[in-house]
Write a protein of this length. Sequence first.
Length: 648
Amino acid sequence: MSAPLSLRNTLWLTAALAMVSAPHAERVPWWLTLLVATLIGWRLYLAYMRYTLPHRAILLLVVAGSSAGVYLHYGAIFGRDAGVALLLVMLALKLLETRTARDGMLLIFLSYFLVITNFLYSQTIPTALYMLACVWVITGGMIGIHYGPTPRGAGHQLRTAGMLLAQSVPFMLVMFVLFPRVQGPLWGMPADAQRATSGLSDTMSPGSLSALTLSEAVAFRVAFKSRVPPANRLYWRGPVLWDYDGRTWRATRAVFSEVRYDTTARPVEYTVTVEPHGKPWLFALDLPGKLPPRAVATADFQLISTTPVTSRVRYDMVSFLDFAYGSEDSPATLRRALQLPSNFNPRSVAYGRELRARYPKDRDLVQALLRRFNQDGFVYTLSPPLLGEHSVDEFLFNTRTGFCEHYASAFAVVLRAAGIPTRIVTGYMGGEMNPIGDYLIVRQADAHAWTEVWLRDEGWVRVDPTAAVSPARVEQGLNAAVGASSALPLFIRADLPLLRELRLTWDSLANSWNQWVLGYTPERQRALMTRVGLDDATWRTLAALLLAITGAFTLVLAVFMLRRLRVRVRDPVKLAYIAFCEKLRARGLVREANEGPLAYAAKVTRERPDLEGIVRRFISLYVAVRYGGEADAKNVQQLQTLAREFKP
C-alpha cells in the first residue's frame, strides 16, 4: 500500500470522484463547482506530466479560502448544504495530495461516503440507479489499486466489481428487511426539518394558487379501498382562511377540536401518501371522519400533523361526503366570519348590501351571486390580469377574468358584506386516475379554493363559485377547463396521449418504489414480521434474526469458496509446484506473489547457483505441463517425483 499510485489508477479515481460529485453541481454555488473542477483538472495535469504535487501550504490556503467562502454563502459550516459543499472541496484537495496506494484507498472510502450525501437531496429511482453506477465504478477503482503494478484492464475491473456487488445483494435484502427501522426520514438532518417545498400556504392572494398550477409536482396519491367517488366530490381539504386584510386571506391560529358532525352517509375509505411539503397540514376528502396517526384536527376540520411533513407520510383515512356541521356555532365564531377591512373594495361592499336588500333569504342571495358569475361574462383562466389596491372591485366590475382564488375571494367578500358568514377553504380539487397502479394522483396543479357559507339551520355549507363560471373544472378537471393551449406543464396536458401514458407508467413505478422501499416504515416492518409469524418483534428480535441469517449466508458462501479452493488444490501439478516452492522457502528463497515460475527460477539460481540444474529441470517440466499442453500421466508423475526427491 506504500507503492506510488500509478497514472492509470489516478485517472480512474479522478473519474469516479467526478462522477459521484456531478449531481451536487446544481446544489452548490457556481464558484465552488468551478473550484472543484479546477482542482480535479490540476491533479490530472500533474499526473499526466509527472510533475510534483503541490506543497501542503498551498492546499492549506485553499482550505482556508474555501471554508470562508462556504461560511459566507451558507452562514454556517455545519448542516446538510454547507457540510456537503465542504466535503466536495476536501475530496478534491485530498486528490491533490494522493501519492500512494494507501492514499488512494482513503479516497475510495471518502467517495463511498459522498455517494450517501446524494440521498440527502433525492431518493428517487434515477438517483438510486445513478448512485449504484457510481458505487460500481468506485469499487472498480479499488480493485485496480489492489492489482498493484500489474493491471488487468478496465473491463476486468468492472466485471470483478459487478460480481462483488451481485454477491452482496442477498445481504443487502436481508439487512433492508430486518434492520430495525426508526421513526422519521432515514435520509435527513435536523437542520433541514423546516425546509419548505412547493405547495399550499396558509395565505391566499390573487395569483397564489394559479402559480401552483404551473407545477406538475405530485402533492399526494390516494388508493381507494372501494369505488372512487365522482370527480365533482373530490374536494381535498387543506388550510381554512378566515382573516382578510383587503388583499390577502390568512388562516387564524388553530383551535383544536374533535372530528364531530352529523351524517348518515356511507363512509369512503382510502389510503393517502403525502409528499413532503414542509408544512404541518395533511389532506383528506371533505369531511374527514377520523384522525391520522400523530395528527390533530382544528375546529374548522383541517388536519394538522404534530410535526412538519418533511418526509413522505402514509395514512389510512375515512371521510363522509354528505355531512352537516356548525349549525350551533357561537356568535363569536360567526362574527369572525363577517369581518371586512375598512376602506377596501367599496363597490363590492355596496354590491353585497344591495343584494341583501333584494334577497332577504340567505340561500336566495347566494344563488343570485352564483348566477352573476355564470351569466355576466366572467372568464376562468390561468393568466388573469394584475389587480390593484381594490382587487375584488377590479375583478368583479372590470376584468371579470380570474382563477379559483379570485372567485372564492370575491364571493366571500360580497357575502360578508351582505351579512352572511363566509370563509375560504384551500386544498385540491379532483385528481388523475392512474389505471396502471389503480390510484389517484393529486398534483400541485390541482390546487383549488372554494368557500363555506353559514346558513341558518344548516350550518356550514360548501359553495364553489368556480363551478358557476367553469363547470368543466369541477366535473372534468383543470385540463378540460383551461384547454390545451394554456400554460399548463407539458407532462400534465391531456392532448398528448403518448406523454400521458409514459408519465402514468413512470409514476406507477415511482409510487411502488415509494411504498415498498422508501415507505418501509417501522409499522410496515412490524406488519411484515406479523405476517411471517413474528408477533411483537422487538429490535432485539430483529437484530438476532439479522445476525442469524447473515451468519448462515456467510457460512454457505465460505463453504462454497473452500470447496472451490480444495478442488484447485487437488490438482497434482499445482500440488507438486507448491511443494517444490515450500522447500525453497524453508531455505530463505521466498517466492513473491507477483513472481511467475521462470522469474522465480532465475532468482533462485542467482542466489543458489548450486541448485541451477535441478531448479531449471523442474521449472521447465512444470511450464511444459502447465502451459505447454504436455500434461500426460508420465510427465505429471515425473514432476511429482522431482518435487518429492528435491532437497535444497
